[in-house]
Design a protein around this ligand. Structure first.
Ligand code: ADP
Length: 283
């Protein structure tokens, strides 16, 4: 089976510095894949190469079976894109934005109105279709971007930091939409620096740091590699973390301590594992 997205030894070099450094991974059709890493790790640059906005300096990339260098138009026909910087036209209405985008993709009249309605309904913006985009909230704008990215029925959806700057409730609402789209079969690649977002949404997570992929796998894989149980010891300013293969082993260790002051046990999460891997926090 052809992978939905494939990168082979990809580099992007700016001013002699590789900001994407020997990146190789594949995303299968129907997968929800997350690229997680701190600011400056090279996530956006990677997305920009995948969506044909910038060329790899070296290496091979295919999306929906097409080479991003040789078959740029085919790649563009088969992808939906939601970029970090909001790219919708503020002075147009919700409907006009959808209409404009659908025309750019040459969707015929007969189908266009139905598709616009369908996707606006899906993201719950039908009752705002006459509103100017500039009157929408941040969450609504993001939902409109998603509806617009889906109108030409792409095979792969790219979401660059889809919930950055949104309040927690709005973020959860977007998570539901993203997860539901994936359950309907959409292949999705998202970038994020929110640990809980990657943990909640993604089947597999690639962790990037300084342009390099430092770890790749499912949450189950990470937790069995680093430890499912965590003992957290607080003494003054200092917090120490100790991983155990299972939660029970972490509990047994706690019980064996004569002084349990400031010590607690909990299941490990992606943030703990990231700190263990890189020695630092993301935010
Ligand atoms: P992330 O999305 O993980 O925050 P980026 O891909 O935006 O990371 O950036 C990775 C690195 O590449 C950063 O150091 C950034 O300054 C640099 N960079 C990105 N785009 C350009 C560019 N057009 N010219 C020069 N440097 C760039």
């Amino acid at each position: 089976m052809v992978a939905a997205v494939s990168l082979e030894e990809v580099y992007k070099v700016y001013n002699k510095v590789p900001v994407v450094n020997d990146l190789s991974f594949e995303i299968q059709a129907g997968e929800m894949f997350g690229l997680l890493g701190p600011n400056g790790a090279g996530k956006s640059t990677t997305i920009r190469m995948l969506i044909t906005l910038t060329r790899p300096t070296q290496g091979r990339i295919t999306v929906a079976g097409y080479d991003v260098n040789r078959d740029r138009d085919r790649v563009k026909q088969n992808i939906g894109v939601v970029l970090q910087q909001i790219s919708i036209d503020n002075d147009l209405s919700v409907w006009e934005n959808m209409e404009f985008h659908a025309r750019m993709h040459h969707i015929p009249n007969s189908k266009r109105q139905k598709l616009i309605d369908r996707w606006l309904e899906y993201v719950e913006l039908v009752d705002r279709k006459e509103s100017l985009v500039k009157t929408l909230s941040g969450g609504m704008k993001r939902r409109l971007q998603i509806a617009r990215a889906l109108i030409h029925q792409p095979q792969v959806l790219f979401l660059d930091e889809p919930t950055v700057g949104l309040d927690p409730q709005t973020r959860r609402r977007l998570w539901e939409i993203i997860r539901d789209l994936n359950r309907q079969g959409m292949t999705i690649l998202l970038t994020t620096h929110y640990m809980e977002e990657a943990e909640f949404l993604c089947d597999r997570i690639g962790i990037v740091d300084a342009g390099k992929l430092i770890e790749l796998g499912t949450m189950d894989y990470f937790r069995s590699k680093y430890g499912k149980g965590l003992v957290v010891k607080e003494s003054g300013e200092r917090i120490d973390y100790q991983f155990f293969p299972t939660l029970d082993e972490a509990k047994a260790y706690l019980n064996s301590l004569s002084d349990k002051t400031g010590v607690m046990v909990r299941p490990s999460n992606l943030e703990d594992i990231f700190i263990e891997m890189t020695g630092r926090r993301l935010d």
